[in-house]
Every structure is written in C-alpha cells, then in structure tokens.
Ligand binder design. Structure first.
Ligand code: PLP
Ligand code: COI
Length: 349
C-alpha cells in the first residue's frame, strides 16, 4: 500500500469538545480504484477533494453504497473497532445488490488498520469519544449510459465524533411514505435510500417530530425502522423487533442488542409488530419502552409516537432497559468491560 503523509495536519484547529456529527474529516483518506476489471493497489493520501467527470454515473444513477462504523481508544491508548467483519459483509451484500464489484477483504482490513494508525491522534480516549469511520464505494465511469459502471472508487474517510445524547425522541409513524419496498434495496446501505428519506423527514421535523417510524410499503400497518435506526419495542416485558427482510437494514447494533438480551435472559421476539398492537399496548399500559439503535447514537430512546395526529406518550422510567443496554454495549466498545461476545477488534497491533 502506498502511503503519502499529510504535511499540514489540521488537528490543532479542531475543538474536540464541540463537534457536530460528520463535519470534520481527519488528515488522511484511503483510496482504491477499480479499473479494467480489477482493484488497483490501494493508497493512503492526504485528505483532499476529488476530481470527477461530470458524467460519472454516481451523479446520475446513484450507483453507490457505504458503511458506518466507529473506532474507540481505551485508557491504555489501544484502538478498537466494533464487529468490523459484519460491516465488511454488509458492504459486500450492498455492493452485490447495486452491481458494484466486491471490494477485497484483505484491502478493507489493511486499509482500515493503516488509516486508523496514521490518524490515531484523532481518536480521543474516554467513553463517548470515537472516530466515525465511513467506507464507501461509487461508480465513476464517465458517460451517461444507464448501466453498471466499468470503474469505481472505494474510499475510507473518518470523522471525530463525540458523546452524543440525542435526547428522547418524539416520532411520527409514516402513513403514506415508505423507506423501502419488497424486492428493492432497503436492506442495502445504498446512498439513494438516504436521499429518499430527507423530504418526508423534513416534513416531520416541521411538524415538531424528530424522526419517522417507517412502516411497510404494502399496507402501512407494520412498523419497520426508526429514522436510520432499527427499532425495538418493549411490551409485557418482552422486546419486539422487526425481522430482517428486503426492507430492513441488518443493523450491527440490533444484532448486538439481541445477543446481549439472550445473555441477560431478557425475552426478545423477532416478529412483525402492527401499529394496532402498538396502540393497543399503549392504551392497556403494557407498552414500556421503545428505542432506535444504530452505530451513530447506539441507543436512542423514544418518548412518544404519533399516528394519525394522535400522540401516545411512553411511561417515564428511571432505570430503563435501553439505558442498561447502552451502558453494556458502550463499555464493551471502549474496552471497559470484558469482551464476552468477541466483538472487539484491535486495530493498532
Ligand atoms: N437502519 C438503517 C436504515 C441504517 O442506516 C442504520 C445505520 O447504519 C441502521 C439501521 C443501524 O445499523 P448499525 O447498527 O449497523 O449501525
Ligand atoms: C447510524 O449509525 O445509526 C446511522 O444511522 C448512520 C447514519 C449517519 C446514516
């Protein structure tokens, strides 16, 4: 791998106590081009703008997928990733669905490790601090033909992230808009999935909600995901989460919550949950908690949901199960607690 070190680091100009998610990127980027049917030798370069042909297919047909993961530094200065193998596997299933050539696993891990070693100073220790790592790949063949590109660029960029308290969220259950449909690309981290959420989400924000709970595109009767997070609902002391399907992103935090619940002997049901059942449980007082989960926020408690202009408020809890889950997961991520599930991956050795 070729490495070119950035001679003018911007790290000293960054206020690490006042970061907005994803606004600042580190000094380096990992780049690997796919040309003539193969991936070329990867490089680490100083972070800089790209030069692209305006007819590049990514701009017109959205052939692009990405991943999201975090690196953590413990008190001994060691750097860890959380279940990166799962991110790699998901990148491959996303790529296959978008007709993008599979990025080699060896390059992915070598690139991640090297980049995180070079930009190690950007990873601050302490619970809550992390470096958000964004691998992505896009089609860059020049030409307007609506067919799979012949060339691609795979990159990894990183952005320092802070302890993020999202607050308790008021969500709106989608009545008409959908995030994903059966047979579509909802299970993939396809760039266009996110663009398609912006407009309905901005309408919900104007109405005073912080997020949308997506429902199935066929009947709008079953809940699917919460914003860009998987969703869990606790009814009668059992956590319910939607099964993975064409329309659900197979979240690594979701998977971790399910495995942690098995260990904690908390009952989890993986099944569809209808809006009717959700409302009924709220009226009967059996609905205890709802939360979204994902890499960025880990666990995001939901305070209320609204459906057809009626608001349903969740009970106020002092010791919520979701806060216990967040504590357990973040302690494993930061190498504070024992890694009983073998989830941590050492980067700097
Ligand atoms: N659902 C969607 C649509 C997402 O974009 C994400 C975040 O990446 C998740 C769920 C949560 O996935 P993970 O826990 O792997 O971050
Ligand atoms: C998450 O990690 O929870 C996300 O939703 C990632 C997001 C920035 C697309």
């Amino acid at each position: 791998m070729k490495v070119q070190i950035n001679k003018s680091s911007k790290i000293n100009s960054v206020d690490f106590n006042n970061l907005n998610f994803g606004e600042i990127c580190t000094d380096h980027m990992f780049v690997c081009d796919f040309t003539n049917g193969d991936w070329n030798e990867p490089k680490i370069l100083p972070y800089e703008s790209l030069k692209l042909d305006p007819s590049s297919s990514v701009f017109h047909y959205g052939q692009a997928v990405f991943e999201g993961m975090k690196a953590y530094k413990d008190d001994k200065g060691q750097t860890w990733l959380f279940r990166p193998e799962d991110n790699y596997n998901r990148l491959i299933s996303s790529s296959i669905r978008l007709s993008i050539p599979e990025f080699p696993k060896k390059y992915f891990f070598e690139g991640l490790k090297k980049l995180l070693q070079i930009d190690s100073n950007w990873i601050k220790p302490g619970k809550g601090n992390s470096l958000y790592v964004r691998p992505f790949v896009f089609a860059n063949t020049a030409g307007l033909s609506a067919s799979p590109s012949k060339s691609y660029k795979f990159m990894i960029i990183c952005s320092p992230a802070q302890s993020y308290y999202s607050g308790e969220t008021n969500v709106k259950i989608a009545e008409n808009y959908s995030r994903a449909a059966m047979g579509g690309v909802g299970f993939a981290k396809a760039a266009g999935n996110y663009a398609a959420q912006f407009y309905p989400t901005s309408l919900a924000l104007q109405e005073g909600y912080q997020q949308i709970i997506w429902t199935d595109s066929y009947s709008h009767k079953y809940i699917e995901e919460s914003g860009t997070m998987n969703i869990f609902v606790e009814i009668n002391n059992t956590l319910i989460t939607t099964p993975i399907s064409d329309t659900i992103l197979d979240g690594i935090t979701r998977k971790s919550v399910i495995e942690l619940c098995a260990y904690l002997k908390k009952n989890v049901e993986i099944r569809r949950l209808s809006i009717d059942e959700l409302i009924k449980s709220s009226s009967e007082g059996t609905l205890k908690e709802m939360f979204g989960c994902g890499t960025a926020v880990v666990i995001n408690p939901i305070k209320s949901f609204s459906y057809k202009n009626k608001k349903y408020v969740l009970p106020l809890l002092n010791n919520s199960f979701s806060s216990l889950l967040k504590e357990k997961i973040t302690s494993i991520q930061h190498n504070i607690s024992e890694d009983i599930f073998n989830w941590r991956y050492r980067v700097d050795s």
